[in-house]
Design a protein around this ligand. Sequence first.
Ligand SMILES: [Mg+2]
Length: 182
Amino acid sequence: MKLGLILFDFDRVLFDTGYLLKKLGLYRKRDERVGGFTLRQAQKINWQKIGIENLIYPEVKQVLSYFSHHDWDMAIFSEGEVAGQRFKIKITGLDKIFLKQFQLVYRNKKIALPRLLKELKPRWGQIWIVDDKPEILKIAKKVLPTIKTVLVCRGPWWQVKVSGFAPDFKIKNLNDLRRIIG
Ligand SMILES: [Mg+2]
């Protein structure tokens, strides 16, 4: 029996979106440029030149390995153009860490969340959600009050105020999850 399930957002949580923007010369522009990232755009990029090994944050693989060895299931819970997001998951090698059925990519997370959490709830005792967008965490908590919410303070989005909500935990680095989730 697994201890529970951890849902990891992709951009700014596992994937260093800021690094990619900088490398593409889009650093000052809005995040949507990558949020709206398409497979077509992805195929035009010289990924070797970007430095694939820098696309995920340095602690990611170690932290994921820790939780998988401590009986946690883990899923990527991401949004955007589905083919584009899947491309990013694949190029970082994270498709080899997360089983196919745990690569959850949707066009719109806000719409997908209620149904998804209802599906997942009976299968895992405890569910955690780790995201840099307070709005997503707020919806998750509303749909499933027993969920534990972790706000990752990276990039521009975590500072957006949402009324009537505070995350259970705030972290700057995924290493902090070991202390929190144990
Ligand atoms: Mg994100």
